[in-house]
Design a protein. Structure first.
Ligand SMILES: Cc1cc2nc3c(=O)[nH]c(=O)nc-3n(C[C@H](O)[C@H](O)[C@H](O)COP(=O)(O)OP(=O)(O)OC[C@H]3O[C@@H](n4cnc5c(N)ncnc54)[C@H](O)[C@@H]3O)c2cc1C
Length: 504
Protein backbone atom coordinates (compact mmCIF):
# COMPACT_ATOMS: atom_id res chain seq x y z
CA UNK A 1 0.00 0.00 0.00
CA UNK A 2 1.40 3.46 -0.94
CA UNK A 3 1.44 6.48 1.38
CA UNK A 4 -1.88 7.93 2.51
CA UNK A 5 -3.05 10.85 0.35
CA UNK A 6 -4.76 14.02 1.61
CA UNK A 7 -5.66 17.41 0.13
CA UNK A 8 -3.98 19.45 2.83
CA UNK A 9 -1.32 19.03 5.53
CA UNK A 10 -1.33 21.71 8.23
CA UNK A 11 1.97 22.09 10.09
CA UNK A 12 1.40 23.34 13.65
CA UNK A 13 -1.51 23.10 16.08
CA UNK A 14 -1.56 26.65 17.37
CA UNK A 15 -4.70 28.73 16.88
CA UNK A 16 -4.03 29.31 13.18
CA UNK A 17 -3.31 25.69 12.26
CA UNK A 18 -6.29 24.44 14.27
CA UNK A 19 -8.65 27.04 12.74
CA UNK A 20 -7.48 26.26 9.19
CA UNK A 21 -7.89 22.50 9.73
CA UNK A 22 -11.39 23.09 11.15
CA UNK A 23 -12.50 25.32 8.31
CA UNK A 24 -11.02 23.01 5.65
CA UNK A 25 -12.53 19.84 7.15
CA UNK A 26 -15.93 21.55 7.28
CA UNK A 27 -15.64 22.25 3.53
CA UNK A 28 -15.19 18.57 2.78
CA UNK A 29 -11.39 18.52 2.33
CA UNK A 30 -9.19 15.64 3.46
CA UNK A 31 -6.98 17.29 6.09
CA UNK A 32 -4.14 16.17 8.32
CA UNK A 33 -2.86 18.39 11.14
CA UNK A 34 0.48 17.73 12.81
CA UNK A 35 1.37 19.40 16.13
CA UNK A 36 4.88 18.57 17.31
CA UNK A 37 4.26 19.24 21.03
CA UNK A 38 0.79 19.99 22.44
CA UNK A 39 -2.01 22.03 20.86
CA UNK A 40 -1.34 25.68 21.80
CA UNK A 41 1.96 24.55 23.31
CA UNK A 42 3.65 27.76 22.12
CA UNK A 43 2.31 31.24 21.34
CA UNK A 44 -1.36 30.31 21.42
CA UNK A 45 -1.30 29.60 25.18
CA UNK A 46 1.17 32.39 25.98
CA UNK A 47 -0.75 35.47 24.82
CA UNK A 48 -2.43 38.25 26.83
CA UNK A 49 -5.67 36.27 26.42
CA UNK A 50 -7.70 39.10 24.95
CA UNK A 51 -10.23 38.99 22.16
CA UNK A 52 -9.78 42.63 21.31
CA UNK A 53 -9.85 45.19 18.56
CA UNK A 54 -6.46 46.49 19.59
CA UNK A 55 -7.12 50.04 20.68
CA UNK A 56 -3.51 51.09 20.15
CA UNK A 57 -3.52 50.01 16.49
CA UNK A 58 -5.86 52.97 15.87
CA UNK A 59 -2.91 55.23 16.58
CA UNK A 60 -1.06 53.53 13.72
CA UNK A 61 -4.13 54.05 11.49
CA UNK A 62 -4.68 50.29 11.15
CA UNK A 63 -8.45 50.78 10.83
CA UNK A 64 -9.03 47.65 8.74
CA UNK A 65 -7.29 45.43 11.31
CA UNK A 66 -9.20 47.03 14.20
CA UNK A 67 -12.54 46.80 12.43
CA UNK A 68 -11.98 43.15 11.53
CA UNK A 69 -10.77 42.33 15.05
CA UNK A 70 -13.82 43.98 16.61
CA UNK A 71 -16.13 42.06 14.32
CA UNK A 72 -14.35 38.78 15.21
CA UNK A 73 -14.50 39.71 18.91
CA UNK A 74 -18.29 40.04 18.58
CA UNK A 75 -18.41 36.67 16.81
CA UNK A 76 -16.34 34.93 19.49
CA UNK A 77 -18.55 36.26 22.29
CA UNK A 78 -21.51 34.55 20.60
CA UNK A 79 -19.91 31.36 19.28
CA UNK A 80 -17.61 30.51 22.21
CA UNK A 81 -19.40 31.97 25.26
CA UNK A 82 -17.79 29.42 27.59
CA UNK A 83 -14.30 30.67 26.65
CA UNK A 84 -14.76 34.35 25.76
CA UNK A 85 -16.37 36.91 28.08
CA UNK A 86 -16.74 40.71 28.13
CA UNK A 87 -14.21 42.58 30.23
CA UNK A 88 -14.40 46.19 31.38
CA UNK A 89 -11.15 48.14 31.04
CA UNK A 90 -10.17 51.33 32.83
CA UNK A 91 -7.71 53.66 31.21
CA UNK A 92 -6.22 56.12 33.71
CA UNK A 93 -4.75 59.33 32.32
CA UNK A 94 -1.97 60.97 34.35
CA UNK A 95 -0.79 64.49 33.58
CA UNK A 96 2.77 63.28 32.80
CA UNK A 97 1.67 60.86 30.08
CA UNK A 98 2.12 61.64 26.39
CA UNK A 99 -1.50 60.98 25.35
CA UNK A 100 -4.05 63.41 26.80
CA UNK A 101 -7.55 62.44 28.06
CA UNK A 102 -9.03 64.23 25.05
CA UNK A 103 -6.85 62.30 22.59
CA UNK A 104 -7.60 58.90 24.18
CA UNK A 105 -11.30 59.73 24.49
CA UNK A 106 -11.43 60.40 20.75
CA UNK A 107 -9.77 57.05 20.11
CA UNK A 108 -12.35 55.29 22.31
CA UNK A 109 -15.21 57.00 20.47
CA UNK A 110 -13.78 55.67 17.21
CA UNK A 111 -13.43 52.21 18.79
CA UNK A 112 -17.14 52.36 19.75
CA UNK A 113 -18.02 53.42 16.22
CA UNK A 114 -16.05 50.57 14.63
CA UNK A 115 -17.81 48.03 16.88
CA UNK A 116 -21.28 49.55 16.57
CA UNK A 117 -24.12 47.08 17.03
CA UNK A 118 -22.23 44.35 18.86
CA UNK A 119 -24.00 44.98 22.17
CA UNK A 120 -20.92 45.98 24.17
CA UNK A 121 -21.41 48.99 26.50
CA UNK A 122 -20.19 52.35 25.17
CA UNK A 123 -16.94 53.85 26.40
CA UNK A 124 -16.86 56.94 28.61
CA UNK A 125 -15.28 58.70 31.56
CA UNK A 126 -15.65 57.52 35.19
CA UNK A 127 -17.46 59.90 37.54
CA UNK A 128 -15.36 61.29 40.41
CA UNK A 129 -17.17 59.08 42.99
CA UNK A 130 -16.35 55.97 41.00
CA UNK A 131 -12.71 57.03 40.71
CA UNK A 132 -12.63 57.53 44.49
CA UNK A 133 -13.86 53.97 44.98
CA UNK A 134 -11.05 52.35 42.93
CA UNK A 135 -9.14 50.30 45.47
CA UNK A 136 -5.47 50.66 44.54
CA UNK A 137 -4.95 53.11 41.66
CA UNK A 138 -2.61 55.97 42.62
CA UNK A 139 -4.28 59.38 42.52
CA UNK A 140 -1.23 61.71 42.26
CA UNK A 141 -1.32 63.62 38.98
CA UNK A 142 -4.39 61.63 37.88
CA UNK A 143 -6.36 63.67 35.33
CA UNK A 144 -9.15 61.25 34.42
CA UNK A 145 -10.11 57.60 34.22
CA UNK A 146 -11.73 56.49 30.96
CA UNK A 147 -13.49 53.17 30.46
CA UNK A 148 -14.25 50.83 27.55
CA UNK A 149 -14.95 47.15 26.92
CA UNK A 150 -13.01 44.32 25.31
CA UNK A 151 -13.11 40.57 25.97
CA UNK A 152 -11.12 37.95 27.82
CA UNK A 153 -10.39 34.70 25.96
CA UNK A 154 -9.04 31.33 27.07
CA UNK A 155 -6.43 31.10 24.32
CA UNK A 156 -5.34 27.49 24.89
CA UNK A 157 -8.88 26.13 25.01
CA UNK A 158 -9.96 28.15 21.97
CA UNK A 159 -7.15 26.44 20.10
CA UNK A 160 -8.10 23.03 21.46
CA UNK A 161 -11.76 23.60 20.60
CA UNK A 162 -10.85 24.34 16.97
CA UNK A 163 -8.62 21.22 16.80
CA UNK A 164 -11.32 18.99 18.30
CA UNK A 165 -13.97 20.46 16.01
CA UNK A 166 -11.71 19.75 13.02
CA UNK A 167 -11.48 16.13 14.19
CA UNK A 168 -15.27 15.92 14.63
CA UNK A 169 -15.57 17.04 11.01
CA UNK A 170 -13.26 14.28 9.79
CA UNK A 171 -9.75 15.80 9.94
CA UNK A 172 -6.86 13.61 11.08
CA UNK A 173 -5.62 15.74 13.99
CA UNK A 174 -2.88 14.79 16.44
CA UNK A 175 -0.44 16.31 18.88
CA UNK A 176 3.03 14.82 19.47
CA UNK A 177 3.22 14.42 15.70
CA UNK A 178 6.06 16.36 14.03
CA UNK A 179 6.61 17.24 10.39
CA UNK A 180 10.28 16.43 9.74
CA UNK A 181 10.61 16.79 5.95
CA UNK A 182 8.65 18.22 3.01
CA UNK A 183 9.71 17.00 -0.43
CA UNK A 184 8.14 18.56 -3.53
CA UNK A 185 6.80 16.20 -6.18
CA UNK A 186 4.66 16.71 -9.23
CA UNK A 187 1.47 18.52 -8.17
CA UNK A 188 2.21 18.50 -4.45
CA UNK A 189 4.46 17.24 -1.70
CA UNK A 190 5.51 14.17 0.24
CA UNK A 191 5.55 15.03 3.94
CA UNK A 192 7.44 12.97 6.54
CA UNK A 193 5.73 12.65 9.92
CA UNK A 194 7.33 11.47 13.13
CA UNK A 195 4.85 10.08 15.63
CA UNK A 196 5.22 7.76 18.62
CA UNK A 197 8.80 6.93 17.63
CA UNK A 198 7.83 5.99 14.06
CA UNK A 199 8.25 7.85 10.78
CA UNK A 200 5.75 7.68 7.94
CA UNK A 201 5.11 9.49 4.68
CA UNK A 202 1.99 11.21 3.51
CA UNK A 203 1.22 12.66 0.08
CA UNK A 204 -0.63 15.92 -0.21
CA UNK A 205 -1.42 18.54 -2.82
CA UNK A 206 -1.10 21.44 -0.38
CA UNK A 207 0.88 22.28 2.75
CA UNK A 208 0.07 25.17 5.07
CA UNK A 209 2.88 26.22 7.36
CA UNK A 210 1.49 27.63 10.63
CA UNK A 211 4.52 26.77 12.76
CA UNK A 212 4.50 30.16 14.57
CA UNK A 213 8.03 30.97 15.78
CA UNK A 214 9.27 27.97 13.76
CA UNK A 215 7.78 29.21 10.47
CA UNK A 216 11.26 29.85 9.01
CA UNK A 217 12.47 26.37 10.01
CA UNK A 218 9.50 24.71 8.26
CA UNK A 219 9.83 26.96 5.16
CA UNK A 220 13.46 25.86 4.94
CA UNK A 221 12.40 22.17 4.74
CA UNK A 222 11.49 22.75 1.08
CA UNK A 223 14.66 22.20 -0.93
CA UNK A 224 15.33 24.82 -3.58
CA UNK A 225 15.53 23.26 -7.06
CA UNK A 226 15.24 24.19 -10.74
CA UNK A 227 11.58 23.15 -10.96
CA UNK A 228 10.48 24.14 -7.46
CA UNK A 229 11.15 26.78 -4.86
CA UNK A 230 10.26 27.20 -1.22
CA UNK A 231 9.00 30.54 0.00
CA UNK A 232 11.60 33.27 -0.40
CA UNK A 233 13.43 34.09 2.84
CA UNK A 234 11.75 36.94 4.67
CA UNK A 235 12.66 39.35 7.46
CA UNK A 236 11.15 37.47 10.36
CA UNK A 237 11.55 39.02 13.80
CA UNK A 238 10.87 37.18 17.05
CA UNK A 239 9.84 39.56 19.82
CA UNK A 240 9.25 38.29 23.34
CA UNK A 241 6.22 39.37 25.35
CA UNK A 242 6.23 38.35 29.02
CA UNK A 243 3.59 38.33 31.74
CA UNK A 244 3.73 37.97 35.50
CA UNK A 245 0.87 36.86 37.78
CA UNK A 246 0.20 38.18 41.28
CA UNK A 247 -2.44 37.02 43.78
CA UNK A 248 -5.46 39.35 43.69
CA UNK A 249 -4.85 42.10 46.29
CA UNK A 250 -7.44 43.01 48.95
CA UNK A 251 -9.83 44.63 48.19
CA UNK A 252 -10.09 42.97 44.80
CA UNK A 253 -9.82 44.77 41.46
CA UNK A 254 -12.88 43.97 39.36
CA UNK A 255 -11.86 45.78 36.16
CA UNK A 256 -8.86 45.38 33.90
CA UNK A 257 -6.53 48.34 33.28
CA UNK A 258 -4.82 49.58 30.14
CA UNK A 259 -1.79 51.61 31.14
CA UNK A 260 0.27 53.90 28.96
CA UNK A 261 3.79 53.34 30.11
CA UNK A 262 7.09 54.88 29.11
CA UNK A 263 7.56 55.62 25.43
CA UNK A 264 4.79 54.05 23.38
CA UNK A 265 4.44 50.96 25.57
CA UNK A 266 1.01 49.76 26.64
CA UNK A 267 0.61 47.46 29.63
CA UNK A 268 -2.41 45.45 30.69
CA UNK A 269 -3.34 44.56 34.27
CA UNK A 270 -6.11 41.97 34.07
CA UNK A 271 -8.12 40.15 36.75
CA UNK A 272 -7.74 36.46 35.90
CA UNK A 273 -9.29 33.11 36.79
CA UNK A 274 -12.47 34.26 38.52
CA UNK A 275 -10.70 37.20 40.12
CA UNK A 276 -8.20 35.04 42.01
CA UNK A 277 -5.16 36.60 40.28
CA UNK A 278 -3.89 39.68 38.46
CA UNK A 279 -2.07 39.13 35.17
CA UNK A 280 0.39 41.89 34.19
CA UNK A 281 2.00 42.20 30.76
CA UNK A 282 3.56 42.59 28.41
CA UNK A 283 7.09 43.40 27.30
CA UNK A 284 8.65 43.80 23.83
CA UNK A 285 12.15 42.28 23.86
CA UNK A 286 14.01 40.81 20.87
CA UNK A 287 14.36 37.04 21.29
CA UNK A 288 17.57 35.24 20.51
CA UNK A 289 18.15 31.53 20.93
CA UNK A 290 15.69 28.63 20.78
CA UNK A 291 12.18 29.92 19.97
CA UNK A 292 10.76 26.95 21.85
CA UNK A 293 12.28 28.11 25.13
CA UNK A 294 11.28 31.73 25.65
CA UNK A 295 11.15 32.69 29.33
CA UNK A 296 10.28 35.84 31.24
CA UNK A 297 13.73 37.17 32.16
CA UNK A 298 14.62 38.64 35.59
CA UNK A 299 14.88 42.08 33.90
CA UNK A 300 11.35 41.74 32.48
CA UNK A 301 10.00 40.72 35.90
CA UNK A 302 11.66 43.77 37.44
CA UNK A 303 10.24 46.02 34.73
CA UNK A 304 6.68 44.65 35.02
CA UNK A 305 6.72 44.88 38.83
CA UNK A 306 8.08 48.43 38.75
CA UNK A 307 5.44 49.46 36.23
CA UNK A 308 2.68 47.90 38.33
CA UNK A 309 3.93 49.64 41.48
CA UNK A 310 4.12 52.95 39.63
CA UNK A 311 0.35 52.85 39.08
CA UNK A 312 -0.95 50.89 42.07
CA UNK A 313 -0.37 51.14 45.84
CA UNK A 314 -1.18 48.38 48.36
CA UNK A 315 -1.62 48.88 52.10
CA UNK A 316 1.00 46.13 52.64
CA UNK A 317 3.67 47.91 50.55
CA UNK A 318 4.75 47.49 46.92
CA UNK A 319 4.45 44.15 45.13
CA UNK A 320 7.79 42.31 45.07
CA UNK A 321 9.29 39.37 43.25
CA UNK A 322 8.20 37.10 46.13
CA UNK A 323 4.58 37.90 45.23
CA UNK A 324 4.91 36.52 41.68
CA UNK A 325 3.09 33.17 41.58
CA UNK A 326 3.47 32.47 37.88
CA UNK A 327 4.97 33.94 34.72
CA UNK A 328 5.25 33.17 31.03
CA UNK A 329 6.71 34.48 27.81
CA UNK A 330 5.44 34.13 24.25
CA UNK A 331 7.01 35.14 20.95
CA UNK A 332 5.44 37.49 18.45
CA UNK A 333 6.49 36.34 15.00
CA UNK A 334 6.57 39.58 13.06
CA UNK A 335 7.31 40.39 9.48
CA UNK A 336 9.42 43.54 9.52
CA UNK A 337 12.81 45.05 8.80
CA UNK A 338 15.53 44.51 11.45
CA UNK A 339 15.64 48.21 12.42
CA UNK A 340 11.87 48.69 12.82
CA UNK A 341 10.55 49.27 16.36
CA UNK A 342 8.57 46.11 17.33
CA UNK A 343 5.53 48.03 18.61
CA UNK A 344 5.28 49.78 15.22
CA UNK A 345 5.34 46.62 13.08
CA UNK A 346 1.86 45.74 11.85
CA UNK A 347 0.12 42.77 13.48
CA UNK A 348 -1.67 42.11 10.21
CA UNK A 349 -1.11 38.56 9.01
CA UNK A 350 1.01 37.90 5.91
CA UNK A 351 0.47 34.78 3.82
CA UNK A 352 3.11 33.74 1.32
CA UNK A 353 1.98 31.39 -1.47
CA UNK A 354 3.99 29.12 -3.83
CA UNK A 355 2.29 26.97 -6.47
CA UNK A 356 3.68 23.47 -7.06
CA UNK A 357 2.00 22.13 -10.20
CA UNK A 358 -1.63 21.66 -9.18
CA UNK A 359 -0.62 21.95 -5.54
CA UNK A 360 1.10 24.58 -3.42
CA UNK A 361 2.73 25.72 -0.18
CA UNK A 362 1.35 28.50 2.00
CA UNK A 363 3.19 30.01 4.91
CA UNK A 364 1.70 32.33 7.50
CA UNK A 365 3.43 34.98 9.64
CA UNK A 366 1.91 37.15 12.36
CA UNK A 367 -1.81 37.48 13.00
CA UNK A 368 -3.85 37.56 16.16
CA UNK A 369 -5.72 35.10 18.31
CA UNK A 370 -8.80 37.30 17.91
CA UNK A 371 -8.85 37.10 14.11
CA UNK A 372 -8.00 33.39 13.73
CA UNK A 373 -11.33 32.50 12.11
CA UNK A 374 -11.08 35.24 9.49
CA UNK A 375 -7.43 34.38 8.85
CA UNK A 376 -8.38 30.73 8.26
CA UNK A 377 -10.97 31.92 5.75
CA UNK A 378 -8.30 33.98 3.98
CA UNK A 379 -6.01 30.94 3.76
CA UNK A 380 -8.83 28.79 2.36
CA UNK A 381 -9.53 31.48 -0.25
CA UNK A 382 -5.87 31.32 -1.31
CA UNK A 383 -6.04 27.54 -1.60
CA UNK A 384 -9.17 27.88 -3.70
CA UNK A 385 -7.41 30.39 -5.94
CA UNK A 386 -4.66 27.79 -6.45
CA UNK A 387 -7.24 25.33 -7.75
CA UNK A 388 -8.34 23.37 -4.67
CA UNK A 389 -12.06 22.69 -4.98
CA UNK A 390 -14.00 22.98 -1.74
CA UNK A 391 -17.37 23.77 -0.19
CA UNK A 392 -18.43 27.33 0.69
CA UNK A 393 -17.22 29.22 3.78
CA UNK A 394 -19.22 28.25 6.86
CA UNK A 395 -17.46 29.26 10.09
CA UNK A 396 -18.91 32.78 10.55
CA UNK A 397 -21.49 32.43 13.31
CA UNK A 398 -20.98 28.67 13.70
CA UNK A 399 -20.73 27.65 17.37
CA UNK A 400 -17.29 26.59 18.55
CA UNK A 401 -16.78 23.07 19.91
CA UNK A 402 -18.65 23.20 23.24
CA UNK A 403 -20.14 26.59 22.35
CA UNK A 404 -23.89 26.04 21.95
CA UNK A 405 -24.93 27.26 25.44
CA UNK A 406 -24.82 30.93 26.44
CA UNK A 407 -23.36 31.98 29.78
CA UNK A 408 -26.71 31.92 31.58
CA UNK A 409 -27.48 28.42 30.32
CA UNK A 410 -24.01 27.29 31.36
CA UNK A 411 -24.58 28.51 34.93
CA UNK A 412 -27.88 26.57 34.96
CA UNK A 413 -26.23 23.38 33.65
CA UNK A 414 -23.56 23.68 36.34
CA UNK A 415 -26.27 23.88 39.00
CA UNK A 416 -28.13 20.85 37.66
CA UNK A 417 -25.11 18.49 37.65
CA UNK A 418 -24.47 15.47 39.89
CA UNK A 419 -24.44 16.22 43.63
CA UNK A 420 -21.37 14.00 43.97
CA UNK A 421 -19.33 16.74 42.24
CA UNK A 422 -18.74 19.99 44.16
CA UNK A 423 -20.75 23.01 42.91
CA UNK A 424 -17.55 25.02 42.31
CA UNK A 425 -16.09 22.16 40.26
CA UNK A 426 -19.27 22.00 38.13
CA UNK A 427 -19.09 25.75 37.59
CA UNK A 428 -15.46 25.50 36.52
CA UNK A 429 -16.41 22.67 34.16
CA UNK A 430 -19.17 24.76 32.57
CA UNK A 431 -16.71 27.54 31.67
CA UNK A 432 -14.04 25.07 30.56
CA UNK A 433 -15.95 22.45 28.58
CA UNK A 434 -19.07 24.43 27.61
CA UNK A 435 -21.85 22.13 26.42
CA UNK A 436 -19.39 19.19 26.55
CA UNK A 437 -20.01 19.23 30.31
CA UNK A 438 -22.72 16.73 29.31
CA UNK A 439 -20.02 14.17 28.45
CA UNK A 440 -18.65 14.40 31.98
CA UNK A 441 -22.11 14.17 33.53
CA UNK A 442 -22.97 11.15 31.36
CA UNK A 443 -19.77 9.35 32.35
CA UNK A 444 -20.49 9.93 36.03
CA UNK A 445 -24.11 8.80 35.65
CA UNK A 446 -22.85 5.54 34.08
CA UNK A 447 -20.05 5.03 36.57
CA UNK A 448 -20.62 6.98 39.83
CA UNK A 449 -17.10 6.13 41.08
CA UNK A 450 -15.71 8.60 38.50
CA UNK A 451 -16.85 11.46 40.77
CA UNK A 452 -14.11 10.50 43.22
CA UNK A 453 -11.53 13.31 43.48
CA UNK A 454 -7.97 12.41 42.50
CA UNK A 455 -6.78 15.73 43.98
CA UNK A 456 -8.97 18.49 45.52
CA UNK A 457 -11.55 19.67 42.99
CA UNK A 458 -10.51 17.23 40.24
CA UNK A 459 -12.72 14.14 39.84
CA UNK A 460 -11.32 11.11 38.00
CA UNK A 461 -13.91 11.70 35.23
CA UNK A 462 -12.16 14.93 34.28
CA UNK A 463 -8.71 13.35 33.94
CA UNK A 464 -10.17 10.51 31.87
CA UNK A 465 -11.96 13.00 29.62
CA UNK A 466 -8.74 15.02 29.18
CA UNK A 467 -6.77 11.90 28.23
CA UNK A 468 -9.32 10.16 26.03
CA UNK A 469 -11.15 13.05 24.31
CA UNK A 470 -8.76 16.02 24.56
CA UNK A 471 -5.43 14.26 23.83
CA UNK A 472 -3.80 15.39 27.11
CA UNK A 473 -0.69 13.27 27.57
CA UNK A 474 1.15 14.95 30.45
CA UNK A 475 0.37 16.67 33.73
CA UNK A 476 1.33 19.98 32.12
CA UNK A 477 -1.06 19.46 29.17
CA UNK A 478 -3.87 19.14 31.71
CA UNK A 479 -2.78 21.60 34.42
CA UNK A 480 -1.75 24.45 32.10
CA UNK A 481 -3.65 24.16 28.83
CA UNK A 482 -6.80 21.97 29.30
CA UNK A 483 -7.33 23.81 32.62
CA UNK A 484 -5.43 26.41 34.65
CA UNK A 485 -5.34 24.22 37.78
CA UNK A 486 -1.55 24.67 37.91
CA UNK A 487 -2.26 27.94 39.72
CA UNK A 488 -4.63 26.44 42.28
CA UNK A 489 -3.06 23.11 43.26
CA UNK A 490 -0.10 22.66 45.58
CA UNK A 491 3.03 20.82 44.49
CA UNK A 492 1.97 17.44 45.93
CA UNK A 493 -1.38 17.59 44.09
CA UNK A 494 0.34 18.58 40.85
CA UNK A 495 2.68 15.60 41.19
CA UNK A 496 -0.29 13.29 41.73
CA UNK A 497 -1.80 14.56 38.48
CA UNK A 498 1.52 14.16 36.66
CA UNK A 499 1.83 10.58 37.95
CA UNK A 500 -1.71 9.81 36.81
CA UNK A 501 -0.84 10.84 33.23
CA UNK A 502 2.52 9.06 33.35
CA UNK A 503 0.71 5.80 34.22
CA UNK A 504 -2.16 6.23 31.74
C1 LIG B 1 2.99 38.00 24.31
C2 LIG B 1 1.90 37.89 23.30
C3 LIG B 1 0.64 38.37 23.61
C4 LIG B 1 -0.39 38.26 22.69
N1 LIG B 1 -1.62 38.67 23.05
C5 LIG B 1 -2.65 38.55 22.19
C6 LIG B 1 -3.95 38.91 22.59
O1 LIG B 1 -4.20 39.27 23.75
N2 LIG B 1 -4.94 38.82 21.67
C7 LIG B 1 -4.70 38.39 20.40
O2 LIG B 1 -5.66 38.38 19.60
N3 LIG B 1 -3.49 37.99 19.99
C8 LIG B 1 -2.46 38.04 20.87
N4 LIG B 1 -1.22 37.63 20.50
C9 LIG B 1 -1.02 37.04 19.17
C10 LIG B 1 -1.43 35.55 19.15
O3 LIG B 1 -1.15 34.93 20.37
C11 LIG B 1 -0.70 34.83 18.03
O4 LIG B 1 -0.92 35.50 16.82
C12 LIG B 1 -1.16 33.40 17.82
O5 LIG B 1 -1.21 32.69 19.04
C13 LIG B 1 -0.22 32.70 16.86
O6 LIG B 1 -0.69 31.41 16.65
P1 LIG B 1 -0.01 30.45 15.60
O7 LIG B 1 -0.92 29.29 15.43
O8 LIG B 1 0.35 31.21 14.38
O9 LIG B 1 1.39 30.03 16.26
P2 LIG B 1 1.71 29.12 17.54
O10 LIG B 1 0.65 29.19 18.56
O11 LIG B 1 3.09 29.44 17.96
O12 LIG B 1 1.67 27.64 16.95
C14 LIG B 1 2.69 27.09 16.17
C15 LIG B 1 2.74 25.61 16.47
O13 LIG B 1 3.52 24.94 15.48
C16 LIG B 1 4.14 23.84 16.10
N5 LIG B 1 5.25 23.38 15.26
C17 LIG B 1 6.41 24.04 14.99
N6 LIG B 1 7.17 23.29 14.17
C18 LIG B 1 6.48 22.14 13.90
C19 LIG B 1 6.75 20.97 13.12
N7 LIG B 1 7.89 20.83 12.45
N8 LIG B 1 5.81 19.99 13.08
C20 LIG B 1 4.64 20.11 13.75
N9 LIG B 1 4.35 21.20 14.53
C21 LIG B 1 5.25 22.20 14.60
C22 LIG B 1 4.57 24.39 17.46
O14 LIG B 1 4.80 23.34 18.40
C23 LIG B 1 3.39 25.29 17.81
O15 LIG B 1 2.45 24.66 18.66
C24 LIG B 1 -0.16 37.69 21.41
C25 LIG B 1 1.11 37.21 21.10
C26 LIG B 1 2.12 37.28 22.04
C27 LIG B 1 3.45 36.72 21.72
Amino acid sequence: MGPKTVDLVVVGGGIHGAAIARDAAGRGLRVLLAEREDYAGLTSSLSSKLAHGGLRYLEHMEFKLVRESLSERAGLLKTAPHLVSPLKFLLPIFDWQPRSAWFVHTGLALYDLLSLGDGMPASGRLAKDDVDRLPHLRRDHLDAVLHYHDAHADDARLTLSAALDARTRGADVANRRAVTAIVPRENGYTVALSEQGKTRQIETRFVVNTAGPFVGEVDAMIPQGPSYRGPSPRDIRLVRGSHIVLPMPEPAETCAYTLQDEGERILFVIPWLDGNFLMIGTTDVPQSGDPGRAVCSPAEKTYLLAAYNRYFAHAGGPATEDDIVFDWAGLRTLHGAPDEQPSRISREVTIETKAQGHGGFLSLVGGKLTTHRATAEQVLARLQALGLEMGPSWTKGAPAYGGTLDREALVARAQEGPASVLPQTRRRWAFTYGDKIEDLYTQIAKEPGLAEEIVPGVPRAELQHAASVEDARTGEDFLLRRTKLRLFLDEAARETVEDWFAKT
